[in-house]
Write a protein that binds this ligand. Sequence first.
Ligand SMILES: Nc1ncnc2c1ncn2[C@@H]1O[C@H](COP(=O)(O)OP(=O)(O)OP(=O)(O)O)[C@@H](O)[C@H]1O
Length: 476
Amino acid sequence: MIHSSTHSSLVLVVDDEPSICWALERMLTGEGHEVITASSAEEGLQLAKSRKPSLVILDVRLPKEDGITALPKFLEATDNAPVVIITAFGDLETAVAAVRNGATDYLTKPFKLDDALRTCRAALKASVNRSAPTTTEPMVLDQSVLVGESPAMQQVFRQIALVADSDLSVLITGETGTGKELVAAAMHRHSRRSSRPYIAIAPVAINPELIESELFGHVKGSFTGAVDDRAGLFERAEGGTLFLDEIGDLPLGTQVKLLRVLEQGQYCRVGDVRPRTADVRVVAATHRDLHDAIRRNEFREDLFHRLTGVQIHLPPLRDRTHDIEPLCRYFLKAMNYAAGDAAIDERLLTSLQERRWHGNVRELKNAVGHAAVVARGRPLVMEDFPLPKPGREADGESSPALEHVVAVWVEDVIAQENGDLENLHAQFLAATEPTILKIVLSHTGGNRAKAAEILGIHRGTLRDRLRAYAMDDVSS
Ligand SMILES: Nc1ncnc2c1ncn2[C@@H]1O[C@H](COP(=O)(O)OP(=O)(O)OP(=O)(O)O)[C@@H](O)[C@H]1O
């Protein structure tokens, strides 16, 4: 429940949709404010000059001059009153342009009145300490590479726009392939650090013994192989942004040192006692549940709080099916696909929206690429798409941990058996099946009929398998 504000203010709403003006007017007069409305930027500016409102709510899509272009004029006309931008076509570039041009906040249609109210209240409160925007040059709205029309992505765009220019550390969460790295890059691109380096690394990809040296650098002779003084990533990213992917896999010892950088802005090269100062914004990402990692003592709680100045969550693609059409169109356009907009019809779209997409946007992107090659310029059909990536349907989540273990196992076998690799599938079954059989049989108290039912195999097959693994003694 939202509590009422105490002061009455004059609010100007500029929107060419009467229903929006009406809803906002009702909401704000209910709060004790006076509301005036205009249906174009020109009309709104006249009112802004003559009435000097304390808050302007400004739509982006207006009949003649658009809201983003008109925004600096509203700031001038109202002596920097807060402006909340509203748009039905919120994309990242619009959000960033709005904030750059001096908007206090950003709302995407359709919005909940409660959210709008909260935003207006915060904007009115902020108006007291408001200073002029640093730039009044309208930002060029270029093609966004972070595609999304779903309310969830609109919320992500809004968060990026509002925090891009701050130095708050950011934690981006979401399943694999949801676009975490893309969000980190967008945040850097739209920050005042954009002319400085953006460095992305995944600590899991680095030899654990070398992580600290990679991050902080080392001095000559500090360990075998340290033949020279070497700058680490913090030093190389000076003034810019460091993106740490899969932060949940960072060793505990390194977590302590990272915490120090975040808290004190200082670090030492490995083997050196001289602290160095870091001016680096850290953006981290993880697909893991860090609360769970904290419970298991695998992740430091203090570091978690330090990293989450702001948390941005990217929902799985199956929970934002609205994004599937614009993403497909974007990927096809990027490939210059001949069939253009006709490439996807309603039927295909429905089938694509029904898929689980366990590999999220990455899987969709690869699938569209595959389909485009198969279809060779004609409109796409479902048969052109590769089979779905398997995932755990039971809880609707893929299991990256399991995937990882399997990947490590397979790669190990390949590395060990180098030349004479054969029967890999049988080897994998032999390595994993006894465990499954043992656990299911113990669950059924040794009842084979029940176990076969749970496993979804014939009782005779189960008997043969147990014999093959010399597990005959587990029975009933
Ligand atoms: N909203 C989006 N618009 C356009 N492309 C996207 C979007 N989201 C993801 N992609 C594309 O999908 C692929 C995967 O994205 P990305 O690497 O950012 O995901 P991730 O969440 O960091 O994955 P992982 O956890 O596996 O590292 C990339 O090719 C990226 O360009």
